[in-house]
Write a protein that binds this ligand. Structure first.
Ligand code: ADP
Length: 414
């Protein structure tokens, strides 16, 4: 069986998967013998000592525990997380064998997961200019874990890594070449662990690794698509930053870059204002003027709200355009995979995204596409040349598997 993240299978390890944001910590604790999730949780308003933070810990099969208090930083929040895990989930923090850190940007230096050392951490910190919002936060979380769990292996798993197989024709911008050599301005892509997981599952369901031409659509708050040929990423819709490509909750995706210089000239807007515009005020929110939430918008559109309908239509039109582009790049299409909060749950969006693609062999079964069913499923008509699949993503599991694999290698290698 082909599993996302290369399943090591039945490893005796407890793994803590951590996603450190600038003001939040999201985590899952895994028992890798059965890949069982022992607990999940989220700490918010971290590093804002004047505010009351909130930590919710959910042990599997146990009662949810909510803690409300200020968290001066990641280290303090992490201490509270471990205190809660010691109330019934773990007997000792030393049971944690390894920590898998989700790291947003690996640049060109990190094309696969890596065991963290103080030197590598410095190198990672040096990539902060590529992801100024995310990488410094990731590094802060990693430092806190080094302090708190000094004997556990610390592994970084990158959002960009799965896309590192893209050829130059996919990743180069048509800008002066020295911007690439001097400043590493190029396309990298994100959501890599999700595209990796769902494409591997799709290959399993197709029953063949090669030849296979799969388009994966991760449609959540952030949205991206990847063209995966024979299990390898050959193109993806996000670029140097997550702002490129599809329409998202509050990001615009592809636009004419001269729109931005026009706004800078006519409105006197500087880089911060432009950044707000393209990342926080655009997308579904900007178009509809109502919400960045697809559920609200499909409901409003059904009630005749014109701009909500426009937002949903522009969103789906962009997805359809990328499916066509990626089919052209790969010389055909064997499967389209939908994942993420929207991709997994919205039959309306899936239907609109596939509409008119029958010429590519994409034929949706309206009955199978209904939302009553949950979980992994094929929603294409029996005769459809390309399969259409819904595959719930599991980014944390990919990180846990990668972490177990590297931690086991480190043990073998001493
Ligand atoms: P994130 O990128 O933050 O992980 P998610 O993958 O959870 O986000 O996706 C959030 C999006 O999924 C929101 O736009 C939400 O409206 C949408 N969504 C969740 N459930 C449904 C549903 N039943 N129908 C339509 N959209 C849904």
């Amino acid at each position: 069986m082909t599993d996302g993240g290369g399943r090591p299978g039945g490893v005796e390890m407890i793994i803590f998967v951590l996603n450190s944001g600038s003001s939040s910590l999201k985590y899952q604790l895994f028992d890798m013998r059965s890949e069982k999730v022992l607990a999940t949780g989220l700490a918010e308003r971290v590093g804002q000592p004047s505010q009351v933070g909130r930590l919710v810990n959910r042990p599997t099969g146990g009662a949810e525990h909510v803690l409300e208090q200020p968290f001066s930083g990641h280290r303090e929040a992490l201490d509270c997380v471990f205190d809660l895990l010691l109330e019934g989930t773990l007997e000792s923090i030393d049971q944690i064998d390894a920590v898998g850190h989700r790291v947003v940007h690996g640049g060109e230096s990190f094309t696969r997961s890596v065991r963290l050392t103080p030197e590598i951490l410095e190198e990672l910190h040096g990539l902060s200019h590529l992801a100024p919002l995310h990488n410094p936060a990731n590094v802060t979380g990693i430092r806190a874990c080094f302090e708190r769990l000094p004997s556990a292996a610390q592994i970084a798993v990158f959002d960009t890594a799965f896309h590192s197989t893209m050829p130059p024709v996919s990743y180069m911008y048509a800008l002066p070449y020295h911007l690439y050599t001097d400043l590493k301005v190029r396309r990298y892509g994100f959501h890599g662990t999700s595209h990796q997981y769902v494409s591997a599952r799709a290959i399993d369901l197709l029953g063949r690794a090669a030849p296979s031409r799969i388009v994966t659509c991760h449609l959540g708050n952030g949205c991206s698509m990847t063209a995966v040929r024979d299990g390898v990423a050959v193109d993806t819709s996000m670029g140097m930053t997550p702002a490129e490509g599809l329409v998202m909750g509050t990001r615009c995706g592809d636009i004419d870059p001269a729109v931005l210089t026009f706004l800078m000239e006519t409105q006197g807007w500087g880089p911060e204002r432009i950044d707000e515009l393209i990342n926080k005020e655009s997308g579904l929110q900007g178009l509809s003027g109502e919400s960045n939430d697809m559920r609200d918008l499909t409901d409003l559109a059904a009630q005749g709200h014109e701009r909500a309908k426009l937002a949903v239509d522009v969103f789906c039109h962009r997805v359809r355009k990328y499916i066509g582009a990626y089919a052209a790049e790969m010389g055909g299409l064997d499967a389209v995979v939908f994942t993420g909060g929207i991709g997994e749950n919205s039959s309306v969006v899936r239907a609109k995204c596939c509409d008119g693609l029958e010429f590519l062999g994409v034929e949706l079964d309206d009955e199978l596409n209904q939302d009553r069913v949950r979980g992994e499923r094929d929603i294409s008509r029996p005769g459809s040349r390309a399969r259409i699949m819904v595959i719930p993503t599991n980014e944390e599991l990919v990180i846990a598997r990668e972490t177990a694999r590297l931690a086991a290698e480190a043990l073998v290698g001493g």
